[in-house]
Ligand binder design. Structure first.
Ligand code: ADP
Ligand code: MG
Length: 238
C-alpha cells in the first residue's frame, strides 16, 4: 500500500500553467523528496496528490485506483504542513484524536494509537497542553503525530522543518528517517534544502518551473546530474 502514480499530469491556475506533463511513479514504502526553487510547483504537486487540488489533465492513481475525483479525506493519506496547522483551542491529545473521533473507531483504539504516537515522538508530557504552550519543535512533533495516528498509506510533508532552528532541524530530520524505517510507509517530502533531500531520500525528484528535470537516487544525481541546473541544485561538482 502507498503506491502512487502520476501519468501526464498537468495543473493550471486560470491561464497560468504551473505543472507540465508530470510522469512519476512512487513505490510502496519509498521516501521520495521533491526539490526545486521557490515557485517551481512542489507544493502544488503535493497538494494534488493529497487531493487538495485537482489535476487539470492526466491521471493520478493510488494503489492502482484512479483518484482524480476522490476527495482528500478518502485517499488514505496524511499531510504535515510547515505551519503545523494545529487547532489552538484544543489540547494536544484532542488535536491527535481529531479526525479519528468521527469515524467508528472504538475509543480504546484511539487512545492506544495516541499513546503509541506520543511515545514514539516523546510528546507524552504535553498531551494536556494546548499548542500555544509548546515550542515550535514540539508543535511539529504533534503535527507529525496527528498524521501517524491515522495510519496513512502515505505521508505527505511540505517543508515540515523549515520553521525550526538549525539544531532542531537536524535532530528532527534524523527522527523522521528513523520513523520512516519504523513505519515503512511511503513518504513524499517537499523541501528546497538540498541537505534534507540528500540525507532523507531514497529518490529525489528535481523540479524546475513545473517540469521534472531529473529523478534519481541522491548518488545518481550527484554523480550524473542531467544538466547544470541539477548539478547546481544538488551541489554536484559535475
Ligand atoms: P513551491 O511550493 O515550489 O514554492 P507552489 O507549488 O506553491 O511552488 O507554486 C507554484 C506556482 O503556482 C507559483 O507560481 C504560484 O504562484 C502558483 N500557484 C500556486 N497555487 C496557486 C493558486 N491557488 N492560484 C494561482 N496560482 C497558484
Ligand atoms: Mg511550497
Amino acid at each position: 500500500m502507498g503506491h502512487i502514480k502520476l501519468t501526464n499530469v498537468t495543473k493550471s491556475f486560470g491561464a497560468v500553467d504551473v505543472l507540465h506533463d508530470i510522469n512519476l511513479e512512487i513505490k510502496d514504502g519509498e521516501f521520495v523528496v521533491f526539490v526545486g526553487p521557490s515557485g517551481c510547483g512542489k507544493s502544488t504537486l503535493l497538494r494534488m496528490i493529497a487531493g487538495l487540488e485537482k489535476p487539470t489533465s492526466g491521471e493520478l492513481s493510488i494503489d492502482g485506483k484512479v483518484v482524480n475525483e476522490v476527495p482528500a479525506a478518502d485517499r488514505g493519506l496524511a499531510m504535515v504542513f510547515q505551519s503545523y496547522a494545529l487547532y489552538p483551542h484544543m489540547s494536544v491529545r484532542q488535536n491527535l484524536a481529531f479526525g479519528l473521533e468521527n469515524t467508528r473507531m472504538p475509543k480504546a483504539e484511539i487512545a492506544g494509537r495516541i499513546g503509541e504516537a506520543a511515545r514514539m515522538l516523546e510528546i507524552e508530557p504535553y498531551l494536556a497542553r494546548r499548542p500555544g504552550q509548546l515550542s515550535g519543535g514540539q508543535r511539529q512533533r504533534v503535527a507529525i503525530g496527528r498524521a501517524i495516528v491515522r495510519r496513512p498509506v502515505a505521508f505527505l510533508l511540505d517543508e515540515p522543518l523549515s520553521n525550526l532552528d538549525a539544531e532542531l532541524r537536524g535532530s528532527t530530520r534524523a527522527e523522521l528517517a528513523a520513523l520512516h524505517a519504523r513505519l515503512s510507509a511511503t513518504m513524499i517530502y517537499v523541501t528546497h534544502d538540498q541537505v534534507e533531500a540528500m540525507t532523507l531520500a531514497d529518490r529525489i525528484v528535481v523540479l524546475r518551473a513545473g517540469r521534472i528535470e531529473q529523478i534519481g537516487t541522491p548518488l545518481e544525481l550527484y554523480n550524473k546530474p542531467a544538466n547544470r541546473f541539477v548539478a547546481g541544485f544538488i551541489g554536484s561538482p559535475h
